[in-house]
Design a protein around this ligand. Structure first.
Ligand SMILES: C[S@@+](CC[C@H](N)C(=O)[O-])C[C@H]1O[C@@H](n2cnc3c(N)ncnc32)[C@H](O)[C@@H]1O
Length: 406
């Protein structure tokens, strides 16, 4: 961190100029050495001083402290990172598995389902609480009614993947190929979206499928698509994965593809998914790791700046595995090897403008984003790296006895 030059602001609290004694002058620069009091004053102005100390005592995350203080090196924040009594209690709770897994009362679940943004927080290290961005689980109303009110925005993103994939196998077949299908399996899919998984050619058409989503528009699209693909037993239900309206041990296979990173409380969602699975049931959960679609995300950051907690921070490969370990004994990650080789900027531009912050771009920002994407093409080609795949999880852990279970 660089302090302001003392020659700019070398005044006392009373506003008088400070005239340093000769012995207190630097022989090279001629500037006066700072008194402790003045150094502290300048430091406080530059860093937020006592305000930072209070935030540190409240357990605010190091990232937020760093942003507020503009410290370059997180190590210099250590003096602020002393948690107070409440932060210690929160920290202890964070690492206490029993307490962390105790679900909130149903009323709180209902509040989340109604899109109560204030409930949409994530707990980071030191018990700190950070707000989710609307896209990363911060605003369920936005997700249900705007982003996923219908499949149009998701279709824009799927189109880029489908058109420019380099893998010989499309994602639904890659993923469905991980399952040992039986003709009479009962399957629950949460956050089904447009039902693209059911384009797979592996699953027997006789399986019983329940397709659910927060958005009724998506449920309608997905059930139509699965039926259209020849599946005989398809039903749909609008519901929140954090409060599933099904009995314990109902399904053989639960699917949660590219959706747990949209959920305010992914741990509660996993508790629910584990609950409705039969003891020998399987959870299939696709997600993306950090660095997924980096070339597009870099262009987004270039134009719109840093946009807060990303999807992979909520439920990516590493963060997802850590969460899954709390609920399943066996977890295997299967990577889908598939960079995209794009030969026209249009689909990549549309992709980046299909979700926040690009979704709300002004005309000038949209133009700047189009230029940022186009600049990344070399010899007419943009190679976009992907980091995608699916977890296959078995062996649900014994859950604590809790009163709210149906
Ligand atoms: C990125 S789409 C994924 C769709 C599909 N699974 C796929 O992989 O193509 C995320 C879906 O999750 C749904 N969703 C978001 N939050 C949810 C929640 N709390 N419960 C159920 N579905 C949710 C959205 O409405 C959206 O359809």
């Amino acid at each position: 961190m660089s302090l302001p030059s003392p020659s700019i602001d070398a005044t006392t609290d009373a506003g008088e100029n400070v005239v340093p004694a000769d012995g207190d002058r630097c022989p090279d620069t001629g500037l006066g050495r700072l008194s402790h009091q003045m150094a502290w004053k300048l430091f406080s102005q530059a860093s937020g001083g006592s305000a930072l100390t209070h935030l540190g005592e409240e357990g605010v995350s190091a990232i937020l402290l760093q942003a507020k203080s503009r410290h370059q090196d997180p190590r210099t924040l250590s003096r602020y990172a002393k948690p107070g009594i409440e932060a210690v209690a929160a920290l202890t709770a964070e690492f206490d598995r029993g307490r962390r897994q105790t679900p909130a009362a149903p009323a709180a679940i209902a509040a989340d389902a109604q899109g109560d943004v204030s409930a949409s927080v994530s707990r980071g290290r030191m018990g700190s609480v950070s707000k989710r961005t609307p896209f990363a689980g911060g605003d369920q109303t936005y997700l249900r009614e705007v982003q996923y009110g219908d499949g149009s925005r998701l279709d824009v993103r799927s189109a880029l993947h489908q058109r420019y994939l380099t893998s010989p196998v499309a994602f639904p077949d890659f993923e469905a190929g991980l399952i040992d299908w039986q003709p009479d399996l009962t399957v629950l899919e949460c956050g089904t979206g447009t039902g693209r998984f059911w384009d797979n050619t592996c699953a027997p058409r006789s399986v019983s499928i329940t397709l659910t989503d927060l958005s009724p528009g998506m449920v309608a699209e997905a059930t139509g698509r699965a039926s259209g693909n020849g599946f005989h037993h398809v039903q749909g239900q609008e519901c929140d994965v954090q409060a599933l309206p099904y009995e314990d041990a109902t399904f053989d296979l639960a699917i949660a593809n590219h959706m747990l990173y949209h959920v305010p409380d992914p741990d509660r969602a996993l508790l629910e998914l584990a609950r409705v699975l039969r003891p020998n049931g399987v959870l299939l959960a696709a997600t993306n790791g950090s660095g997924h679609m980096r070339e597009i995300n870099d262009a987004i950051t270039e134009v719109f700046g840093s946009h807060g907690e990303g999807l992979a921070d909520v439920f990516g490969i590493d963060t997802g595995e850590a969460r899954l370990r709390e609920h399943f004994r066996s977890i295997t990650w299967h990577a889908y090897d598939n960079d995209l080789v794009v030969d026209s900027p249009t689909a990549a531009i549309d992709y980046g403008l299909s979700f926040p912050p690009g979704e709300a771009a002004t005309d000038a920002q949209a133009d700047a984003f189009a230029a940022a994407i186009t600049r990344r093409f070399v010899d007419g080609i943009l190679r976009i790296r992907t980091r995608s795949g699916a977890f296959v999880c078995t062996g649900t852990r014994q859950q604590p006895e809790v009163a709210w279970r149906r």
